[in-house]
Ligand binder design. Structure first.
Ligand SMILES: NC(=O)c1ccc[n+]([C@@H]2O[C@H](COP(=O)([O-])OP(=O)(O)OC[C@H]3O[C@@H](n4cnc5c(N)ncnc54)[C@H](OP(=O)(O)O)[C@@H]3O)[C@@H](O)[C@H]2O)c1
Length: 305
């Protein structure tokens, strides 16, 4: 299968490229500013996705059997700062790719987020009512609607949780963000009352490859890890995994500072129907930790402590 991957240089897109190539698919990856080679890609093409006309031309020339969209402005603060610019990538691009998938009779996977929920009524099933509390979450919800309206016969929209993994830029995943803070002498405060169900990118990528290969399982889907953990517990277990001192993180509550009171308390997801039909299994957090490596940019700091 020829698979076109938008956002192939990101945390998830780069893991998907490797997983798809392992399954002998032809992988054509679209990257934005990232200039190094991404492992797992047969072809790597640079494009600014704000240029929708060039995107359309490239997709039609490539004529893929499947389109996988991992491109996004995935940092919520960017979406608050510039809602119009970020919506071009987070809403207009997914909709355009859905239209092109329909035109080409191609399978289409679009990635959404657990953030579409308000965190007051977890675990969330695929039929639960979203209530997005911020601009990023509103854009993700809008993208879901447009994709499923545009290409109902071809599209799966997968809502995913906070991701573990090793990103090409070493700046995107949970442990990479912690390493960045620690290396600058910070001791991050992590909430004991903010629950997430983290997932490893490699496991999610296997799920996505399986979904590309299947002609069923369209529509809205949820995927995550097995374990629901507080942010503090996630940080504590990452510290333990890397053998770092326990006082590198501090315990906090969302209500300690009014700035954080709005953060969603519990975004755990119900994984049916997907978990009941796929060969790939949701992973325990312990298994996910085994895959995490010290990010390249912090190795010198890590070896010195
Ligand atoms: N990370 C998480 O914990 C998490 C949680 C829930 C949902 N999600 C969703 O999962 C998906 C993947 O997220 P991620 O964490 O892998 O994101 P990421 O690491 O930030 O990667 C984003 C990708 O989008 C590309 N991109 C952004 N703007 C572009 C533009 N104008 N032109 C071309 N490419 C552009 C980037 O390319 P360059 O880097 O080359 O510029 C990069 O490949 C997103 O839909 C995100 O909303 C992520």
């Amino acid at each position: 299968m020829r698979i076109l991957i938008a956002g192939a240089s990101g945390l998830l897109g780069s893991a998907f490229a490797k997983a798809a190539q392992r399954r002998k698919h032809e992988t054509i990856g679209l990257v934005g500013n990232y200039s190094h080679r991404i492992e797992g890609l047969d072809q790597q093409k640079q494009i600014d996705l704000h240029d929708i006309a060039s995107l359309e031309k490239l997709v039609l020339e490539t004529f893929p059997d499947a389109i996988v969209n991992c491109a996004a402005y995935a940092n919520p603060s960017d979406c608050e700062t510039d809602p119009d610019k970020t919506a071009e990538i987070n809403v207009a691009v997914p909709e355009k790719l859905a239209l092109l998938a329909r035109h080409l009779f191609a399978r289409y996977l679009h990635i959404s987020s657990d953030q579409v929920f308000d965190g007051t009524d977890a675990p969330y099933t695929v039929s639960a009512t979203p209530n997005p509390p911020n601009q990023y979450a509103r854009q993700k919800l809008e993208s879901e609607k447009r994709v499923l309206e545009m290409a109902p016969e071809f599209a799966s929209v997968i809502r995913i949780p906070l991701l573990n993994g090793n990103s090409p830029r070493c700046t995107r995943s949970i442990h990479e963000n912690l390493f960045e803070a620690w290396s600058q002498g910070e001791r991050p405060s992590l909430f004991v009352d903010e629950y997430r169900q983290p997932c490893l990118t490699d496991n999610l990528a296997e799920t996505m490859v399986e979904l590309c290969e299947r002609s069923d399982s369209r529509g809205l889907l949820h995927w995550a890890g097995q374990d629901r953990l507080s942010r503090y517990e996630i940080g504590r277990r990452i510290l333990e995994h890397f053998g770092l001192p326990p006082d590198f993180i501090r315990e906090a509550r969302r209500g300690d500072d009014p700035k954080f009171a709005h953060r969603q308390g519990d975004l755990s997801l119900d994984l049916q129907p997907l978990a009941g039909i796929l060969k790939t299994r949701p992973q325990a957090f312990a298994e996910q930790l085994d895959a995490l490596i010290v990010p390249q940019s912090y190795r010198a700091w890590y070896n010195a402590i």
